[in-house]
Design a protein around this ligand. Structure first.
Ligand SMILES: C[S@@+](CC[C@H](N)C(=O)[O-])C[C@H]1O[C@@H](n2cnc3c(N)ncnc32)[C@H](O)[C@@H]1O
Length: 398
């Protein structure tokens, strides 16, 4: 059974929303206003998911996807949309997510949109390897989709992918290595084994190093805005190589003063420039990047107190607020204990860098009690995908 739908709008997650007999249906790879023919969803749940059969009436924003495995590999969601349309749609989704999740009306036209390269932007990519094939897992499945190239990954990652495709067919390939990550600044290459059934011998890494020039044995030194950040294997680092410096500049903006906190500090991407604008900076990181953070602030010659701790615990123990708080939490957002404590400490200004607008909206629903939005920017760190990065500047109302 199939049915025809009109796509009302795109929602966060990349799918198009339609309504049929009072039920909501989500369809991937469509655009607002399109008339589409889909396979009837089998589920009778309130929100159903339909598979696209064909687009009967395409949007003017529709283009031919660049990648031959688009729609299969699970990595990209918007290659069928012209890039300016992607930016426009994401800005609308951000405004709507704040409206629904935080009950905040923020004029969409006032959301600054910052973008860089739409292709070849990823400096870090994960591959799966199975039966001599290298690729990605299919969306919502474990099936491997072989990949010969990846147009959103950097040229060096594509070089590594070509080598991996050859190596995986070689009988020397250790079959228990089933997932690998490549991280690069286009000169150095770091390999992180993500899934392996047993410890990986050194000669495997020697083989990778012989095949892919630039392979480093440990931390990779990544230069951003003239500072060098040493990033150990599996430490967090921003993925978009064309916007990483811009993200740091935008997060700090025009702020300066006596005291600042950098919460969820990672390897110190924001802590180092913050320390040049504030008298006293405290950076808090609980993950493996905490060692990088110490090393990087020392190397930059800036005075930062780095604390290896959960930001929530740090906030609970703190007894006075700084002038400025910068927080860049993972997808889960700040969460209610951190929001409650920030409301009690009440720093004059807070900037949140958020990679999930839904959890950001939840946090803002609490913070809006004492704060108002001073600036809001959508930084398109993940072109061709539904992911939205937001920088929001809040100022205490008093
Ligand atoms: C989105 S990254 C941001 C890192 C850094 N601001 C940057 O731009 O490179 C979030 C960081 O928070 C760390 N993290 C996760 N949960 C945390 C927590 N509860 N407290 C402190 N750090 C945390 C992660 O290890 C990661 O390095």
């Amino acid at each position: 059974m199939a049915l025809d739908l009109t796509i009302e709008k795109l929602v966060y997650g990349g799918e198009g929303l339609s309504r049929v007999d009072g039920q909501v249906v989500f369809t991937p790879f469509v655009l607002p206003g399109e008339l589409v023919h889909v396979a009837s969803p089998s589920s009778k749940k309130h929100a159903q998911r339909a598979n696209l059969i064909r687009v009967t009436q395409p949007s003017d924003d529709r283009i031919t996807p660049r990648c031959p495995i688009f729609g299969e590999c699970g990595g990209c969601h918007y290659q069928h949309a012209d890039y300016p349309a992607q930016l426009r749609l994401k800005r609308g989704i951000l405004a709507e997510t704040l409206r629904r999740g935080a009950k905040i009306e923020f004029d969409e036209a006032r959301i600054a949109v910052i973008s860089g390269d739409a292709w070849g932007y990823r400096n870090r990519t994960q591959f799966h390897i199975e039966n001599g094939k290298v690729g990605y897992r299919q969306m919502r499945s474990q099936r491997l989709i072989p990949a010969a190239e990846c147009p959103i990954s950097s040229p060096k990652i594509n070089e590594a992918l070509r080598k991996l495709n050859r190596m995986a067919k070689d009988r020397r390939w250790p079959k228990f290595v089933t997932s690998l990550e490549v991280f690069t600044d286009e000169v150095q290459v770091q390999w992180n084994v993500l899934e392996a059934g047993q410890p990986v011998a050194k000669h495997f890494f020697d083989w990778l190093a012989a095949e892919v020039p630039g392979t480093v044995p440990g931390a990779l030194d990544y230069e951003v805005n003239g500072d060098v950040f040493s990033i150990a294997g599996n430490s967090f680092f921003q993925v978009n190589r064309s916007l990483v410096g811009c993200l740091a500049d935008l997060a700090i903006g025009e702020e300066s003063g006596a005291t600042a906190w950098d919460l969820y500090a990672g390897a110190g991407l924001f802590s180092v420039p913050l320390a040049r604008k504030f008298g006293q900076v405290t950076a808090v990181e609980s993950g493996r990047a905490a060692d990088d953070l110490q090393r990087n602030t020392r190397r930059a010659g800036v005075d930062v107190e780095s604390i290896r701790q959960n930001s929530e615990a740090f906030l609970i123990e703190a007894n006075a607020a700084p002038n400025f708080v910068l927080a860049d939490p993972p997808r889960a957002g700040l969460g209610s204990p951190a929001v409650t404590r920030l409301l009690e400490l009440a720093p004059k200004k807070i900037v949140i860098v958020a990679c999930d607008p839904a959890t950001l909206a939840r946090d803002l629903a609490g913070l809006k009690e004492r704060y108002e939005i001073e600036r809001l920017a959508m930084v398109d760190l993940f072109p061709q995908t539904f992911h939205i990065e937001t920088i929001i500047g809040l100022v205490r109302r008093d």
